[in-house]
Design a protein around this ligand. Sequence first.
Ligand SMILES: Cc1cc2nc3c(=O)[nH]c(=O)nc-3n(C[C@H](O)[C@H](O)[C@H](O)COP(=O)(O)OP(=O)(O)OC[C@H]3O[C@@H](n4cnc5c(N)ncnc54)[C@H](O)[C@@H]3O)c2cc1C
Ligand code: FES
Length: 277
Amino acid sequence: MSEFKPTYFPSRRPAQVVACEELTDGVVRLTLRDAFIAAHARPAQFVNLYTSNAQRLSPRPFGVCEVNGDEFTLIFAVIGKGTGEFRGLKPGQTVDVLGPLGRGYDLREPADYVLVGGGLGVPPLVRAAQELHGRDDCHATVLFGYRNVHFADRYAAKYSDDVRSIDESEGNVITILDRWAEERGIAGGADGHLLPCAEGERPVRILTCGPLGMMKAVSAWGRDHGVAVYASLEARMGCGFGTCVVCTVHTTRGILKTCVDGPVFNTAELEGWEAAR
Ligand SMILES: Cc1cc2nc3c(=O)[nH]c(=O)nc-3n(C[C@H](O)[C@H](O)[C@H](O)COP(=O)(O)OP(=O)(O)OC[C@H]3O[C@@H](n4cnc5c(N)ncnc54)[C@H](O)[C@@H]3O)c2cc1C
Ligand code: FES
């Protein structure tokens, strides 16, 4: 699969609202029509949504969850004024969008991908499952952790026959990662290659997105088990495309911008990240 190299990039533009539904209390699934985003959004790339209130200058970034024809979906939590406005969008209305932005997960390597998501971090992983679906050189296992309602399992289950989830009444994503590892007979090894999957000797790669504490725990789990972990970071952003420099992150490659150099990083290159819990 070749990496997308844009020759032209459309500017901010209105996208038509196709549907807007509340999946559970304060969690909204928004379907928008934009052929460019639907055709080009890779897993963990994000879009900027702009509110109609001119006083709220900053766009709101959201990871693309699914694409279908000329439509794409987002799933977001209603947090403040921006998401409060988007929650009320009606089919036929428009909202300004820009994207797709950022560098997503690199899924070109034939591998056994484990998609570990928590809470509102699950949308990029649904998109990853969608992209891996049908490839015979990969396998996708989906492990989701929720506070209570398992609101995204059904979307991931469209693309993976191995979706497991857990909520706070039973444990967290590390609980299901441990169970998955035990089932696979994984005790820990070097660079993922000691962990054969049923189909052969493909390496295990973990993709994660969710609350910071969760991603750090997943990163530590990966290190202990010799598995590379790629995290999609959620930084405060201004522009979303590299000009305002509010989204910096310290890495072994120097200080980088989360919006254009990420949001996906190999956690091994995030300096002091895991230690700063
Ligand atoms: C790359 C990326 C992908 C994201 N994907 C999703 C997603 O798929 N689903 C989802 O529910 N949320 C996602 N978020 C978080 C989402 O952008 C914020 O929840 C949202 O901007 C809150 O806006 P608000 O106006 O309702 O909140 P307010 O608190 O009113 O916002 C005030 C300002 O702070 C910023 N802000 C507030 N919370 C966050 C946050 N957690 N991260 C970054 N900026 C924030 C807002 O963008 C705005 O500029 C993502 C964030 C990033 C950086
Ligand atoms: S958000 Fe402006 S540079 Fe990253």
